[in-house]
Design a binder for this molecule. Sequence first.
Ligand code: BGC
Length: 830
Amino acid sequence: MKHADIIEKMTLEEKCALLQGATTFGSWGSERLSIPVMEFSDGPNGLRHQLGAADHLGIAGSEPATCFPTAVTVANTWDEALGEKIGKALGEEAAAQGVGTLLGPGLCMKRSPLCGRNFEYFSEDPYLAGKMAASYVRGIQSEGVAACPKHFAANSQETRRQASNSVVDERTLRENYLTAFEIVVRESHPKSIMSSYNLINGTYANENRHLLRDILRGEWGFDGAVITDWGGSNDHVAGVEAGSTFEMPAPGMDSVRQLVAAVHSGRLSEEVLDGCVDDALELVLSTHPAVEGATGEFDKAGHHALAREAAAEGAVLLKNDDSLLPLAAGTKVALVGDFAREPRYQGAGSSAVNCTQVDDILDMVGESGLTLVGYEQGFLRHGGEDAAKRDAAVELAQHADVVIACLALDEIAESEGADRRNMRLNDNQVELLHAISQVNSNVVVLLSAGSCVETDWVADARAVLYLALGGQAGAGAALDLVCGRVNPSGKLTETWPKRLADTPTADRFPAQGMSAEYREGIYVGYRYYQMAGVEVAYPFGYGLSYTSFSYSDLKATPKGVTFTLTNDGDRAGTEVCQLYVAKPNHQVFRAAQELKGFARVELAAHESKQVSIALDDKAFRYFNVATDAWEVEGGTYELRVGASSEDIRLVGTVEVEGTNAADPYAGVDVTPYETGKVQTVDDAHFAALLGHPIPSPKVRIDRNMCFCDLNHGRSPIFWIVWLVLAAMKRAADASGKPNLNVLFIWNMPLRALAKMTNGMVSVAMVDAIVREIKWWGLAGIVPALLVKLATGEGFILVWFLWFIVPILVAFIANLIGNARTNGALTLAGK
Ligand code: BGC
């Protein structure tokens, strides 16, 4: 143990108090023991440090900070050096604002384009996500503060996010959902990691021994602190036993009492507790030097410039017919679309940054060298018909050489706390684009969205530049690209299917019931489309440039490839070269090919360079569920080098020695996984993949029942609560802006009442509520009727007392308990 000297001076209550937040974003501290308070803060694309009222949904204000492009944009750069620079800038801002642990990066896997939080995540590919996340962590931690990669693990939907059970087979879990975390842990040694809200195969991620002790700490050697997501702790004792450290945000003294009681009863050994306390102390004390002199000052202009560089590198040129782009100086442009004036540059929720400044295209077009003939809003931001706006934009379009149409998903379309309902842009934007294309054939679409959209409108544009979510400096970056000051080099890190119905999870995402069944197995993103032969709009790894590149002279060995890359054009440019591994003759089912390496190569006009891409120890492996280990199938592999997953330019073969493990699926009918046809997988095949029966998705009335399920309870009072919430949610959905509080409560389990109220509500009170929902609500009718029959009145009063008394008793017991525990802590502090 690193801090045995401190631990031996701590009382049991103090140790337990350290393992939870004392405030929404602050740890517990002690003057007597010289343990400083450490501050946590979101987030992945900029600091969201709240000085006053704090919340975990980005609702209350926060200190100004740089809003960098979100993860989807930076991932599209495939640039680890840039990721490290952004991480360093985030670390600098964290240290300047006194934040010891920065809650990011986010590296959940993009299982479906509909996940409302895809904008916060890097990719559908675990290798790429892991590499990019590792670069952020290196940068953040170089400033002395801690990074906290999140959300660990198999957390791919927002619907029911706090109580959704990810039912996933071990191989898929390891290969798709854990590999990125493995890379980040092994390569960049984060000081902390955030466990996710969901359950994995029936056990909360934060209580999952297999995940936290066997894999994270055991196999990968993680020796930092595991932090629950905010309100993500179910049973803190079970969490600590499983290897979790901090329960967040501020559960109050009830959690302290539970840990103390568990030690006294022998359920939790003090040795295990001390191990967790040691991890907590290490996080707090090791980050303290970086934050103690915090001045609040950081290089605002420098970070804004870096945000602009990242936004430009991360934009992906999807279409550029007849080289319409770049536009020459002096081109007469009409600017249309609401998003030119009010950009969509970040997502809603805990990652939302209060920017130091926000640029917009309308303001910046003047300094771009283009000649603006006018601007029209063109459409209502949140959808709906407005013929006057559309007609004005069409009229304007007739007076310009080129129309720049700024289209986007609006704020309600993608947000933390809710999944997307479809993959479409609002109809009014598509209609406007079509109308404009009838009067001006030179239309450039600048598209802002945190995830892919259906592009059946693409014929109406001659050029499409996908800006993703470009951060506060995204507007300048877009104009840099449009005018050719920067040559586009971003490539998609998420496949763009033609339509939602083509996605592997079309029929089951997001799961509405308790279980999110990962029936598609390993076939997510390009692994699915290629295997199942489904044509896509834009493949994984795709992106155009203003120049073109050719590939030649491949040399392949099991250690990697070297080849020559040539810029065939008259402009300097950067190419993202990708290396995929395939095994044409395989015994154990696998994807057609998998990304295992990449390189970003800058070339001057007509320059050639020799490029090397090394393969690491993960290149040929698969997870074998029979041996419970990573194995390698021996034989011939193809190493495919390409400009995208579908534009393979060079193929080499190598012989690889295998580990000779038997096929774990021998004798098991896993046909859909052999063919890749996984859109519909029946129960028998899914159970065969899981290796056990499929758990029941039935909603249970217990502490983990969600508010959205209260209509399944047996308490009229809670039916009313449900009706009110449902109405509030409908109103929020219709408003165009996500109501994060309502969304959070809708998907929140009852136990979160005890975990997020700073000790006001105890678990015993939640249990009293659960009893009420189970049967007391209705059972209360009996005594109420008896009193009514006996006295002729009092029905409502008795029924209400029947409901409230047990909760009140638990409330008073909690108050007394809190006073006692506080007393013990105060006494120890003296
Ligand atoms: C989010 C986390 C975030 C935390 C604190 C949660 O709702 O899921 O990503 O770090 O809040 O704001």
